[in-house]
Write a protein that binds this ligand. Structure first.
Ligand code: F0G
Length: 458
């Protein structure tokens, strides 16, 4: 008999969470202007807002915290991290930053100019924000299958090679900042990118003489999917797969808050010394000296350890199976979920869940609010609110998929919690006919509005 998979760790410390009443939550969410980002964490029972920076560090990581070297320059913690990055990714040069978007800011300060074009696969919102802020354009070249929530495709995060080549062909030379491939593809549902797709993208980047950058926030989960789904990789080690993925890139940006299981941190990896030197100046201005750039020594130590723990097969298997387990239970309740399940989150198809809510009334946000009110479970809208307005026409952008993302923090919740989450959403589904109207915008920021938007309910 095959024994069931299980977490390769046990729990040493617990944090109590407060289970509020529905009446309390109705009041709290109104006071929060119907924006889940405005809630206090004590007002949330199960927090699935993000898997970013919300993971539980291990005893070894906490031990590394005690060993941190807080020297301004040349700290041993910096060299420990440098060695770990070289070992796991193969990049010779790196700059620490305080998180992923800071890595984008520093690198894009060198590479992105006004009027540039940056093709990629569903750029994450801060990535797009850093591109558009510099008056450049992010062009999404994700495969069409990604916008159908029911098609089973093993690598739904892939770049459409034809779309990419068209962009490269029609854009005048020198106007492409770089190609950016996000692994896994968060915005398209935490969907992986295959090794053969990365190889194809590399071929085009070489042919057109443009750099290839990997946005690596969830690179280990991507490597797990390659091992499980791509021919020729079943017997390969996760770390070998990760190194091969990175071998196709010129640079990487990393939000260490995801797959490296730390609460804060990021970095940029470079192959070329010249680009590293150029970026170093911006790192010093924006982040800190090049041997700590936005991170304390203890945090660099915990990150070095986390890079190893996050790339262990048994850990990845228990993590990804917890996510797919939630998806499977939700499906049993009849909840329309995006398939295949992503690596870090289950995405609910809000258009199918609430067909009575028109897109102008933000169905995914409406659903996220209902789920919170029902059971104190906080997810996040990945839809029209997050997509912002078109920077030129200022019209709302309505992406094809409108979802609520339930992102699972790493090593934090048990499967009982997951069952509670599924039941909460199931209960909203049972009573969905009672939901007649959605929300409208009361106030919004000009860019990345979903974080601070104030909404009103009809
Ligand atoms: N790239 C991807 C693919 C991301 O998912 C994120 C963050 C970033 C870059 C930026 O990294 O937060 O460290 O500055 N994603 C989080 C999320 C916030 O909830 O998906 P950061």
């Amino acid at each position: 008999m095959d024994l069931p998979f299980t977490e390769p760790f046990k729990i040493k410390m617990v944090e109590n969470i407060y289970r509020s009443t529905k009446e309390q939550r109705v009041r709290w969410i109104k006071d929060a202007y119907f924006n889940l980002f405005n809630l206090r964490s004590e007002q949330v029972f199960i927090d699935l807002l993000t898997d970013s920076g919300t993971g539980a560090m291990s005893d070894k990581q906490w031990s590394e915290i005690m060993l941190g070297d807080e020297s301004y320059a040349g700290a041993s913690s910096y060299y420990k991290l440098k060695d770990a990055i070289k070992d796991i990714t193969g990049f010779d040069f790196f700059l620490p930053t305080h998180q992923g978007r800071a890595a984008e800011n520093v690198l894009f300060s060198v590479l992105v100019k006004e009027g540039d074009v940056v093709p990629g696969n569903s750029h994450f919102d801060t990535t797009k924000g850093h591109i558009e802020f510099r008056k450049a354009t992010a062009v999404d070249c994700t495969i069409d299958a990604a916008s159908d929530t029911t098609i089973w495709h093993p690598f739904k995060g892939n770049v459409d090679i034809e779309k990419l080549e068209n962009v490269l062909k029609i854009t005048s030379p020198g106007k492409i900042s770089f190609i950016i491939v996000t692994v896994t593809n968060n915005t398209a549902g935490g969907q992986p990118v295959s090794m053969s797709n990365l190889r194809e993208v590399r071929k085009l980047s070489t042919k057109y003489g443009v750099k290839l950058i990997i946005d690596s926030a969830r690179f280990a989960e991507n490597a797990y999917f390659i091992k499980m789904r791509e021919e020729g990789y079943a017997d390969k080690d996760i770390r070998d797969i990760a190194r091969e993925m990175f071998s196709y890139a010129d640079c990487m940006t990393m939000s260490s808050k995801k797959d490296a299981i730390v609460n804060m941190g990021g970095f940029i990896g470079f192959r070329e010394e010249e680009l590293f030197r150029k970026a170093s100046t911006y790192n010093i201005i924006y982040e800190g000296f090049i041997t700590y750039g936005g991170m304390s020594g203890r945090d660099m130590n915990a990150l070095a350890q986390g890079l190893y723990e996050g790339t262990e097969f048994l850990y990845l298997e228990s993590r990804i199976k917890q996510v797919s387990g939630l998806g499977t239970t939700m499906k049993k309740y009849g909840i329309p979920v995006l398939e295949p399940f992503g690596g870090h989150a289950v995405f609910i198809d809000a258009k199918k869940f609430l067909p009575q809510i028109p897109k102008e009334e933000f169905p995914a946000q409406t659903l996220a609010l209902e789920i919170y009110t029902e059971g104190g479970v906080r997810g996040v809208e990945i839809g029209a609110l997050m997509s912002d307005r078109d920077p030129i026409t200022r019209q709302n952008r309505y992406p094809e998929i409108e979802t609520v993302r339930l992102a699972i923090p790493r090593r934090v919740y048990t499967d009982n919690h997951m069952n509670y989450v599924a039941a909460t959403v199931g209960s909203v589904l049972e009573n969905r006919d009672r939901i007649k109207r959605g929300v409208k915008i009361g106030w919004e920021a000009p860019i990345m509005r979903h974080f601070t938007v104030r909404l009103e309910r009809f």
